[in-house]
Write a protein that binds this ligand. Sequence first.
Ligand code: F6R
Length: 243
Amino acid sequence: MKIVIKDNYQELSEKAALLIKEAILNNPKLVLGLATGSTPLGTYKRLIEMYQEGEISFAEVTIFNLDEYFGLAPDHPQSYNYFMKHNLLSKIDINYDNFYIPDGLTDDPDKSSLEYEEKIKKFNGIDLQILGIGSDGHIGFNEPGTSFSSRTHLANLASSTIKDNSRFFENEREVPSQAMTMGIATILEAKEILLLASGINKSEICAKLIDASKDIMLPASALKEHDNVTILLDKEAASQIKT
Ligand code: F6R
């Protein structure tokens, strides 16, 4: 794992956006895996600016999102579908037919999960996957204890995740208790992975991640078996890493 530490969130976002920009310039038909949450917001803001300044085009890019809350309709303001449209897709030249996200309203999660896997395969896999990390070490919604060989599935959210994510909802009870998520094996098949972590709240888990060997109770440690992973942190997130 390559570790890059930036002074602050703005610089982290700039670096992440630059890496994505380079990947698109190298391959305009890039298959990009994206995450939601607070961490990539600055990156998406920079990508929108780069698009507006004519530096990049998403016209031929395909996007696969990591996860979606189970039971939320795509137009629900807290759904990840809505998040992506509001924070990135509506402001760039992506072809909506090239945007994929797990179906949070499916009545057959197993079938829908298989279909999601097949779609990714049809595009020859994800070229560059962007990840955040939960304070409990989750990637996507793969909570501690999830098998490293898991594929896209319906997952139960850990109570700490429900608590963390309640900041976007009226209260904790409103947070869905399940989500459709790419599995850990699905994520590991991406050719390149960029994990972003920002802020003091992530410092403990980032230090654990750097120190840990592969441990099913720390889902992000699965990334240690991948040979092209960059962990991009700001100083606060890196503050507990022992040198
Ligand atoms: C979101 C996702 C999650 C988040 C993680 C960190 O699509 O898959 O794993 O990346 O929960 O969220 P933030 O960035 O809000 O701290």
